[in-house]
Design a protein around this ligand. Sequence first.
Ligand SMILES: [Zn+2]
Length: 84
Amino acid sequence: MKSVERERGGAGDVSRDRECYRCDRDVAPARLFRLVAEPPAALAHDYQTAERFCCPDCAAAMNLSEFSERLKARARRGEKSPGR
Ligand SMILES: [Zn+2]
């Protein structure tokens, strides 16, 4: 038996933003990438800005994940290979 916590009080399905929009995997909100597609001014009357949240795996699959400068600097210094 599973007790479902549905005591939000009919505010709609706003609780969906804690999962990846591509793979539907449940991901903690703190670990989701925020993707924002902002239309150029010329198309602004046809499109509106879209916002999606996806997991790090999907961001990497779309080449949208970029490592931080800190990690890149470490890789440049050759600390990636464990050879001594
Ligand atoms: Zn995903």
